[in-house]
Design a protein around this ligand. Structure first.
Ligand SMILES: Nc1ncnc2c1ncn2[C@@H]1O[C@H](COP(=O)(O)OP(=O)(O)OP(=O)(O)O)[C@@H](O)[C@H]1O
Ligand SMILES: [Mg+2]
Length: 351
């Protein structure tokens, strides 16, 4: 093997070479590992079959680079791999034009260091914690006077002679109850939840039947990995967390849309700062309009809602319940595709 080729096979950057029909001519070992493919399988394949996830308009961009002999780089792109896992990458495309041959495209893909993800996670979780603490304080302050208000309205109702005036006290009582429910949702349960060994598919089947009953026409595709080990957790909490995510997906996809519920096991995966030997991934994917980059920054914060009917607590509660299980939720979205990935540790930390 010539020395140049040996170097290409040794480096950790993924290198792909395409011909002017955007078909793969070469992939190095790092590329085979990153994309979980073998060179034999993919040589000669069109690039969109190999890297469809890298960018929504990857083919157009590459064609432009080829036509106009351009070089371009995109940073912090979420690349969904065959195993369902998402990694953050930077990639560069260079058009190589030799006078005696057809132009070729060189694609280099660099995995972005995990520090980036971890520090972002840390920042987001401290932001969420501060917002939640403030909200809980506020909820407590409202709860007591609200009880007084409701009680007083009940007493008043008993004293009222005129029937039509009772309509007003009924409104006060009903609205106080609605606020009470909202506050209970914000404060969460005080009881320490009971944990048990459970199969994540038990959780997903419950979520499936609830969503199916609510959105009869929505297509729901199950893509389960049956070999997933049991997880130690609270059934109700996990159902609530996944349901909140799936319900958002169903709402976004609409009745003609499609929802995918996927499970996978990931090896040697870091959540926060802890590296685990095995991590469970539950991905909920929908083909709704997607979430803008700006909105993605804040959807996990309480009271952030992009819908008129929502309160903006679904994802805050889901994130809270999943973090009580040592896990994490991430969101990745482009137009027409949104994926919420729930990572839950399966047992032991890695050494
Ligand atoms: N799959 C998705 N596709 C598009 N937008 C989404 C998706 N998931 C969440 N969002 C956006 O994030 C916002 C926050 O979601 P969240 O579940 O926290 O609150 P909500 O659905 O508005 O209210 P609720 O408290 O009733 O759940 C949503 O209002 C919506 O704008
Ligand atoms: Mg919601």
């Amino acid at each position: 093997m010539p020395i140049e080729k040996r170097i290409l096979e040794q480096i950790s950057t993924t290198i792909l070479l395409l011909n002017n029909k955007l078909r793969l001519l070469y992939i190095n070992s790092a590329g085979e590992m990153l994309l979980a493919v073998s060179a034999q399988q993919v040589i000669g394949q069109p690039i969109h079959a190999i890297l469809a996830n890298l960018s929504p308009h990857i083919e157009t961009k590459l064609q432009q680079a080829l036509n106009q002999e351009l070089t371009f780089t995109e940073r912090e792109i979420a690349l969904t791999l065959n195993d369902g896992n998402t990694v953050t990458v930077d990639y560069s495309v260079t058009c190589m034009h030799h006078y005696d041959a057809e132009p070729k495209l060189l694609i280099e893909i660099y995995k972005v260091d995990r520090h980036l993800r971890i520090s972002r996670e840390k920042y987001l979780s401290s932001q969420q914690k501060a917002a939640k603490a403030m909200l809980k304080g506020l909820a407590h302050e409202i709860k007591n006077p609200l009880g007084g208000l409701r009680g007083a309205a009940q007493l008043l109702e008993r004293e009222l002679q005129q029937q039509d005036l009772k309509e007003y006290t009924q409104i006060i009582i009903a609205e106080a109850d609605r606020l009470q429910n909202l506050l209970n949702r914000m404060l969460g349960s005080y009881r320490v939840p009971k944990r048990q060994q459970l199969n994540i598919h038990q959780v997903l089947e419950r979520v499936f039947s609830l969503i199916h009953a609510e959105y009869l026409e929505l297509k729901i595709h199950k893509d389960y990995d049956p070999s997933i080990p049991l997880i130690h957790g609270n059934l109700d909490q996990l159902i609530q967390a996944i349901l909140n995510i799936a319900r958002n997906g169903a709402q976004a996809a609409g009745s003609q849309g499609c929802l995918v519920m996927r499970t996978r096991v990931l090896r040697q995966f870091t959540i926060g700062t802890i590296r685990y030997r095995l991590v469970l991934l539950v991905a909920i994917e929908d083909n709704g309009p997607g979430i803008s980059q700006e909105m993605q920054e804040s959807i996990f914060l309480p009271l952030v809602s992009g819908t008129t009917s929502g309160i903006g607590l679904g994802l805050t509660i889901a994130q809270d319940l999943i973090s009580q299980h040592g896990g994490l939720i991430e969101c990745w979205s482009v137009t027409g595709k949104t994926v919420f990935s729930v990572y839950l540790p399966l047992g032991m930390q890695s050494d």
